[in-house]
Design a protein around this ligand. Sequence first.
Ligand code: SF4
Ligand code: SF4
Length: 137
Amino acid sequence: MVRSKVVPDNDKKELSEILKISGETINDCMQCGKCTAGCPATGGMDILPHQIIRDLQLGQVKKVIESKTIWSCASCFACASRCPRNVDLARLIEAARLLIVRKKGSDRLKPETVSELMEDKKMPQQAVVSAFRKYNK
Ligand code: SF4
Ligand code: SF4
């Protein structure tokens, strides 16, 4: 019997966008779990790092972009440095975050809102600058 994966068109489009932004090849992953074993942020994740790659391999992009995991990732690159197959999971997660940020369109941070944000003395300047860079692309 020949098995075929049925991936919804929306997921296919988003998956190809994530792969394009990250430049990664998810099929190289052999599910060894070393990324998950070395990840310091799994406590806040609802899908473990190696499972994120598996879900992407299966075309379950919606599940990935709706997960808490992509916002819990600290971009520490421990997973990438441990991977025996040179898969950079941190780049894939960042690509998933960028996909969401780019979709938000009119919700992006605008220059005129920056001074308002700076009135909050607890807001680190670096956070505002990096949010402006990221959300203003
Ligand atoms: S360490 Fe690399 S090969 Fe192993 S599960 Fe993670 S991404 Fe896949
Ligand atoms: S980059 Fe993210 S997923 Fe990878 S080890 Fe660090 S926190 Fe975990």
